[in-house]
Ligand binder design. Structure first.
Ligand SMILES: [Fe+2]
Ligand SMILES: [Fe+2]
Length: 274
């Protein structure tokens, strides 16, 4: 009889979806990860994908960007939204369509994970913009993906959501609680998943150690930002804050606004996931 850890790892092995096998998704990940990519490169890939193009156009026509003139073309839409913002939107779209929806998580759990991921991603991007040691786009993407290991636990463990809320509410370490109960934790499961999906090495390393543990020196700045952003989401203003948390607490309103904006663009309700 296999133990719980082995059963959870088997679950990853038998997962059918492979986001990077999708041709467009694979090309997009390369462009999004390349600091030197241009508006033109992104436009050239998106324009062949009906679903992404129409989403970008509909966002350009949303209340956030609309200036009263209806936009019909992808190029116009991208100019209206702005290149950096389009990159974030496409990253979220890949995460939602290729990972979250494909795995058919229960809709309330999907929303819980999605909200936390977007919150951490928005916070991490603000930090990257302040500290200048990493490309904000890369930081946003890794932060969005940092907790993907939770997907496996949400799928396999009936009361996982309650376990997370209870543990975080009591200020305990989720990793330790998971380890005691499952013999593994969402860091290890996320790491295995990220290797299976052939994420870049630095993404996998950060996913593996986003709560504790050490990564190679060159990935340290990235890890530091994701950790700080993750911690910030449960920090309070009275907390004895470290410098990163202090920056983020001061920017909290702007970060929440950005999170709500993205949540609005990708409204995940029960109907879409049933
Ligand atoms: Fe985590
Ligand atoms: Fe997290």
């Amino acid at each position: 009889m296999k133990n719980l850890r082995e059963q959870l790892i088997d679950r990853i092995k038998t997962l059918q979806i492979l986001p990077t096998l999708d041709n467009v998704a694979e090309k997009l990940l390369v462009i999004l990860d390349d600091k030197n990519s241009s508006f033109h490169d992104l436009n050239n890939v998106i324009k062949y994908d009906q679903a992404i193009s129409s989403k970008v156009i509909s966002i350009a026509n949303s209340a956030y960007y609309s200036r009263g003139v209806e936009i019909f073309s992808l190029q116009r839409a991208m100019i209206t939204i702005g290149y950096e913002e389009v990159k974030n939107i496409v990253t979220c779209l890949l995460f939602v369509e290729n990972i979250l929806k494909e795995l058919k998580l229960r809709s309330d759990l999907l929303l819980e994970l999605w909200k936390h991921s977007v919150y951490v991603a928005c916070a991490a991007r603000v930090l990257a913009g302040r500290i200048f040691s990493e490309d904000p786009q890369k930081v946003f993407t890794v932060a969005l993906l940092h907790d993907i290991g939770k997907i496996i636990l949400y799928m396999a463990v009936g009361d996982y959501s309650e376990l997370v809320q209870d543990t975080v509410g009591k200020g305990k370490s989720l990793n330790k609680v998971e380890m005691a109960r499952f013999g593994t934790n969402h860091e290890e499961l996320g790491y295995i998943l990220s290797v299976k999906w052939r994420f870049p090495e630095e993404f996998s390393q950060v996913i593996r150690c986003h709560h504790e543990g050490a990564v190679p020196e060159k990935y340290q700045p990235l890890l530091r930002m994701v950790r700080a952003a993750d911690r910030f989401t449960t920090a309070s203003i009275h907390h004895n804050a470290d410098p990163e948390t202090f920056i983020l607490l001061k920017e909290r309103e702007g970060i929440m606004k950005e999170m709500r904006k993205i949540m609005n663009f990708f409204q995940l309700d029960g109907h879409e996931t049933d």
